[in-house]
Design a binder for this molecule. Structure first.
Ligand code: GLY
Length: 575
């Protein structure tokens, strides 16, 4: 072949490969932003600014987190909340770790079959919309507990920014306008006529001012009376009135009795890093550690990022982990969760023994692992609408909080006179073993409904430590995709050496045992890889916008690199 022909020939061969690598490499355009004294990353710019102002005023990471939680209630009403719950993972600059469970609980009047009809069938939507779908809210008690143990600034100072945002209003983003318009009919359907600040004549537009005076007053009650400002008095009365109107179950006693709980975080090692995450009633920490431990013996880096081999390995680990999740995870105060057994090194190695790079293991062949405990069911997939924020202060104290109303805008029930939404977290319980919920997955005995019990969660607020120093603060919303998204963000940094923003921008792949389908963001998997996965027996489908990760990475020089997910309005602030 003549030299010039050879040149064209080689070019023709190389061009598709070049194009493919441009499309699917982790985003090289990602711009890394670094701060010296601390950072706050949340789902909304106004909330991030509130957190930063608290840090600059001498508050620590917990002070900023409390202020952000209340600010998100105002500026991010589809998931920010006082009517829901969440989890906090904490690591002090000195390395002390802790976890706070402010998950909602089932009301005392709740019962195992409360969402079934006379024939024993699940009544559609009863656990997702309206008054009966609400669990007893935990966020206010959680924030009070977190502040009492670690806070430095006065409680009232932390409430003030949220009060001002609610009273003076803030300009909504185009994404928020779209969301509120989309949910308009449900706001009308599930509420008594009256003032719902999320409704307006005509459509919301980007830049409209959202003012919430009733919410400002409720926040003032919480500011002045603490717990009693929410769980007693006029706020409690308004919740009870709602329950009477919509035949909900939350009682005065339920509100009075609600307690958030300090728990011992789940910890484990991954390639020299210490991973600190949320224990049950979240499935997040256990499943994340199982995944990391299952892939650790393999050289992910050499396999290549989102290559056929690495996707196979990760998918097969996820298949086994989500099968376990279905049977063994629930509220540890009601069900003995076999955490130690699930994280046992030999168990996890044996779990992967039948995995082969030759072809997919069908999910029908994979059952929950056997610890001699009866397996009575399968898991539920959870809501996509939750929110996560990550904060590091000047001293190096770190907070990861994931908080939720469950579905977008929760139950859609707006507490009249108090100006906030109630969660629909009861849907995270298993309404009936083996019956899939809204998101196509099912649950079992470990997660059955019982009075006072916490529903299983996937929320995975996580802190990673390296060489005794803070390394990463990470978390995301995304229902059952939360665990796999946090997992991928960690391996993107640890195995593939990405910066924080790059690790978040990179396309994601999700698999959860059932359905037996690998879901991927288009930017994450090229057509050749997809074709080869199919040839090996994997069903695949495109899914848009998996997760919205907000995270902070400490660089070797001690700077804080932020990552705010561009899939949403997420925003990083620092100084
Ligand atoms: N409701 C979302 C979760 O707790 O995982």
């Amino acid at each position: 072949m003549k030299p010039y022909k050879l040149k064209y020939y080689l070019l023709a061969l190389l061009l598709p490969a070049l194009l493919i690598s441009f499309v699917v490499s982790p985003n090289n355009q990602s711009k890394e932003i670094e701060f010296k004294n601390g950072a706050v990353v949340t789902a909304h710019g106004e909330a991030s600014k509130v957190g930063l102002a608290i840090l600059k005023d001498g508050g620590n990471a917990v002070d900023a987190a409390v202020a952000v939680q209340f600010a998100l209630t105002v500026v991010y009403p589809n998931a920010g909340n006082i009517g829901g719950g969440g989890f906090m993972v904490y690591r002090s600059a000195k390395g002390e770790v802790n976890a706070l469970d402010f998950r909602e609980t089932a009301p005392a009047a709740a019962s195992k079959d409360m969402y079934l009809d006379a024939q024993g069938n699940v009544i559609q939507n009863l656990s997702i919309y309206g008054h009966l779908s609400a669990g007893v809210p935990g966020s206010v008690d959680g924030m009070i507990k977190a502040h009492a143990k670690y806070g430095k600034l006065k409680w009232a100072v932390l409430l003030e920014p949220a009060i001002q945002l609610a009273r003076k209003g803030f300009k909504i983003t185009s994404m928020q306008a779209r969301e509120m318009n989309k949910h308009r009919s449900d706001f009308i359907k599930y509420n008594q006529p009256g003032h719902n600040y999320l409704l307006k004549e005509g459509d919301w537009q980007e830049g409209d001012l959202l003012v919430q005076e009733d919410l400002a007053k409720t926040l003032e009650l919480i500011r002045d009376k603490g717990r009693a400002g929410f769980y007693e008095g006029i706020t409690a009365e308004n919740i009870i009135k709602e329950m009477q109107f919509g035949k909900g179950l939350i009682s005065r006693e339920d509100l009075k009795n609600y307690k958030s709980i300090w728990r011992k975080p789940i910890t484990g090692q991954y390639r020299g890093c210490k991973v600190i995450s949320m224990p049950p009633p979240s499935s997040g920490g256990v499943c994340l550690l199982q995944l990391l431990k299952m892939v650790e013996p393999y050289d992910l880096k050499n396999m290549g990022w989102n290559s056929v081999k690495s996707i196979q390995l990760i998918t097969e680990a996820e298949r086994r982990v989500y099968a376990d999740r279905s049977a063994y995870l629930g509220d540890p105060d009601f069900y003995k969760v076999p955490v130690e057994e699930m994280l046992d090194k030999t168990y996890l190695k044996n779990r992967m023994a039948d995995f082969s790079f030759e072809k997919a293991t069908p999910s029908s062949m994979v059952k929950p692992g056997n610890f001699g405990i009866p397996n009575k069911g399968m898991p539920k997939k959870e809501s996509e609408q939750t929110t996560h924020f990550s904060i590091v202060d000047k001293e190096g104290n770190a907070v990861a909080i994931t908080t939720t109303l469950n579905n977008s805008y929760g139950s859609h029930v707006f507490v009249q006179g108090s100006g906030f939404l109630l969660n629909d977290e009861m849907d995270d319980f298993s309404a009936k073993p083996g019956v899939p919920n809204l998101y196509g997955v099912t649950g079992g005995e470990a997660n059955s409904i019982q009075p006072g019990k916490r529903m299983l969660s996937s929320m995975t607020p996580t802190i990673v430590e390296k060489d005794g120093h803070l390394f990463m603060v990470v978390g995301t919303p995304g229902g059952s995709t939360i665990i796999t998204t946090v997992f991928q963000t960690i391996i993107n940094v640890v195995d593939y050496n990405m910066g924080m923003q790059q690790a978040i921008d990179a396309g994601r792949v999700h698999f959860q045992w059932l359905p037996d389908v690998v879901q991927y963001e288009e930017i994450g998997v090229d057509s050749t890889t997809n074709f080869q996965l199919k040839q090996k027996g994997y069903a695949t489908e495109v899914r848009n916008g998996i997760g919205r990760t907000d995270a902070i990475l400490r660089t070797p020089s001690g700077l804080y690199q932020t990552g705010a997910d561009k899939r949403g309005d997420d925003n990083a602030q620092g100084w």
